[in-house]
Design a protein around this ligand. Structure first.
Ligand SMILES: [Zn+2]
Length: 151
């Protein structure tokens, strides 16, 4: 059984793409970010607590901004890491090597970043509920069934 006093951390919840309400259920149908047919398919409701994953029409449009922020944060991080570990110089091509490295890894990590963006986005609108086992998940009226998972 789930220990009531154990509150999974926010960071772990977001990084493992879990439902922000119970912090247990997975929001995506597949675990594999590189399963390109299914990687963005989400459960309509959290399989553990029933929290809807889409709380209004076009809910995930806002994730493009999150995705942008994640991309910028990643690029800043690789830039600093490169600077510290390898260094930049005006007298060689180090800046271009970093640009290539950053571009290639960004592209490769895109599926993970896209999933992470949705996970973050949902976590800002749905709060952790300690009593999720007793209380029913809130119903959202502003959803149109036909438009779910339809991007
Ligand atoms: Zn849940």
């Amino acid at each position: 059984m789930i220990d009531k006093n154990r509150k999974p951390s926010y960071l772990w919840t977001v990084l493992t793409n879990r439902c922000p309400r119970c912090r247990e259920g997975k929001i995506y149908v597949t675990e594999n970010a590189y399963d390109f047919k299914n990687n963005m398919k989400m459960h309509d409701k959290c399989p553990v607590c029933g929290q809807p994953t889409e709380i209004e029409v076009g809910f995930y449009y806002g994730t493009s901004y999150v995705s942008y922020a994640v991309t910028v944060a990643y690029s800043v991080a690789t830039f600093i890491a490169w600077w510290v570990l390898l260094g930049f110089s005006l007298y060689n091509n180090s800046i271009f090597y970093w640009l290539i490295f950053n571009g290639v890894t960004l592209l490769a990590l895109q599926p993970i970043f896209m999933r992470l963006s949705r996970s973050l986005w949902l976590s800002w609108f749905v709060k952790y509920d300690r009593d999720w086992e007793e209380k029913k998940a809130k119903d959202y009226e502003r959803i149109v069934k036909e438009h779910m998972n339809n991007w």
